[in-house]
Design a binder for this molecule. Structure first.
Ligand code: MN
Length: 231
């Protein structure tokens, strides 16, 4: 068998303190997983079970990269998130076993074309063009769970040009990481290289050309993204 054209390189994530990398299979994202963020988006956090959307694997952007202001939006938003990387096949795992399937954790920034996402949401259409555009998944180096454990508390913060915009704690997640992995694994078989962005706290807002956006999570360091001119 031969391909009619060469496949593109496998998208991958850096590994902290290592030259090795993690091949990315799929990127799942959890919607509205902090109560205060659900409320700022006009939704009731108490009645909404977790729901998922996706980004393409090749939307990943590493720490320190410049992201060109994307097309067809006037309202690009940041979203600070804890990222989970699956390292072992998971089919219908229970919460108690979920951590056994996690390879590690990273800091993420779920870049969002908020105007397109809200228009789709309000019209009952898919979120793909609001969420899954090129270079929309900023994910920093992955820290192995065997080194950092399984973070379930600790600060998650985001600054734009040094000004604090999001300041919350991982303990405020409505659905914990084990719950998310368990619930998602009931819907699809998770495989090594699947990545889950676990949702953002309150305080989301716009980025403009020239902005420097820094996300930090206690125990995982920080990642930086610069917003460049429209491509
Ligand atoms: Mn998000």
């Amino acid at each position: 068998m031969s391909f009619v054209f060469d496949p593109l390189p496998t998208p991958s994530l850096a590994v902290a303190d290592s030259d090795t990398r993690i091949p990315v299979r799929r990127i799942f994202c959890v919607g509205r997983n902090y109560a205060a963020h659900a409320r700022e988006m006009g939704k009731d956090p108490d009645r909404d079970p977790p729901f998922f959307f996706t980004k393409p694997a090749d939307a990943v952007v590493g720490d320190g990269e410049t992201v060109a202001y994307p097309p067809l939006t006037g309202n690009l938003h940041y979203e600070a998130e804890l990222v989970v990387v699956i390292g072992r096949t998971a089919t219908d795992v229970d919460q108690a076993a979920a951590q056994d399937h996690i390879w590690g954790y990273a800091i993420g920034n779920d870049l969002t074309r908020r105007d397109l996402q809200l228009e789709a949401r309000d019209k009952g259409r898919p979120w793909d063009m609001g969420k899954g555009f090129d270079r929309s998944a900023v994910i920093g180096p992955v820290h192995p769970a065997e080194a950092v454990g399984h973070p379930d508390t600790g600060s998650i913060r985001l600054t734009v040009n040094g000004e604090t915009k999001q300041d919350a704690n991982l303990a405020e997640l409505i659905w914990s990481v084990p719950e998310i992995v368990s619930i998602l694994s009931q819907s699809v078989t998770l495989q090594p290289g699947d990545v889950i962005m676990t949702g953002t706290p309150a305080g989301v807002g716009p980025l403009v050309e020239g902005d420097k956006c820094v996300v930090s999570i206690e125990g995982l360091g920080e990642i930086t993204t610069i917003i460049g001119p429209r491509a």
